[in-house]
Design a protein around this ligand. Sequence first.
Ligand code: TXE
Length: 506
Amino acid sequence: MEKSPEDIAKDIDVAAYYKKAENAQKEIEKLSIQQRIDLLLKANDYVMDNQEKLVDQICRETGKTRFDALSNEVFSIGDFVDYYRKATPKLLADRKEHTSLIMMGKQSKVLLSPLGTILVITPWNYPLYQMFMPAMSAFLTGNACIIKPSEYTPLKGVFEALCTACGFPENAIQVVYGDGRVGGQLLDGRPDKIHFTGSVATGKKIMAQAASQLIPVELELGGNDPAIVFDDVNISRTANGLVWGAFTNAGQSCTSVERAYVHSAVYDDLMKEVIRLTAALRFPEDKAEANSGKEFDLGYITVPAQIDIINKHIDDAVSKGAKIECGGKAVENTQFFQPTILSGVTHDMLMMQEESFGPLLPIMKFSNEEEVIELANDSVYGLSASVWSKDLKRALRVARKLKTGNVSVNNVMLTEGNHALPFGGTKDSGFGRIKGSYGLEGFCNVKAVILDKQSKLIDPHWYPQSATKYNTMTDLMRAFFMKSKKWLKFASSGMKMDSLGNKEKL
Ligand code: TXE
């Protein structure tokens, strides 16, 4: 008989997982950076070699289309590895930093050391990639990792098989299955850092629990991403971009387009094209077709409760005056939800304020730049955005003013497509950054080191203190720190300070 979620949680031996992780971390730290990269490359080849099996399992657990599984999970893993195989040695190398003249003779360095054990808690929308990317970032930086995948998409056995086949040190990456209770218990094992991707509500719970033990957290939460379309765009490209950005993965992406603002000069043309493209998407008519094994452009909604949220947002918008231009409901007795376009929307509607996480695209008209920036920023979220305009100066000006962690110009969801760029949000979308240099630094103890020489001399600011030392230090400071430097005075007071320190001590 299968164990209940309660029993699974009861049986978790948290201390044992952390003990194994601690031992594994000692082995990982012994590996050179190149040896870790070599294991990453093997993991990459394993994913590519097992692509079809993995795509099958992802599709079975999430309901996404095969192309979504391929492009958003397998391809993203390939791109992640391709970036870090080249960038990691440089990103993790010791850094030489500036040493002020006032500290002459010393050297300053920053060393990146592992933190220890990283707890990675993942959601269900991109199950393989969301496990692979943070876990491998943690591994590259010399950490052990414990993953708690979403109970809806556990991909049971995938990581265990990958780690064994590629020869990762034993327990370098452990996977613990179960629901939120198990996640909560794992926090009590006191990881050295938590990387969480999921909802705002759970993010707040995790942060509160982590605070009591001062565990650092990185939170990648949801979004309500705006797309801003100016009056000089190519209608066809922009409409295609919006439709893909809103409906890829059936809208279950934290950076999918959740609301669009279109300049009044192109609103009618763009709306017409968006509706035409949406109506042409291949989508099941009924349950029989949904189960026929046919290929569609949109998959289904992974977690059934999510359909209630989508329906609630549509009902709320319609009750406040919005018009459904196409779509608007789930295919009866299935988890497929029709790709839906709405017009006549306003900012008091739930879908313009909260994350729908489904295939909804509400479109609103605007007439000037200031107004649309204000509308886009009128959100508790701040994850991502897109700006569409031929005028790149304007697009960049607007991008600068958006209170989000990412902006794509004349494209959509593309910043996260480049692993050299940091990814993360502002406001309720969370904080911390993954990917790029930040993605490795975030899993490191960023350690400052000063190298001084051994000698018989002592530093002038050490004991004893005296009125003469106070006055000489004042002269030195004024000569060096004030707006115009007085080099002669600096040299003479520096020499006096040095000799004062040494005379007093010897
Ligand atoms: O997320 P949860 P859910 C958003 C989206 C969606 C909503 C809910 O709006 O409607 O989140 O999705 C684990 N201590 N996103 O319910 O609950 C849980 O087991 C420790 C945005 O799936 O946040 C799972 O592994 N862990 C998003 C993970 O947290 C806990 C992606 C996420 O679950 C826990 C998906 C606890 N107390 C949904 N409670 C994005 N940012 O990309 C739950 N978990």
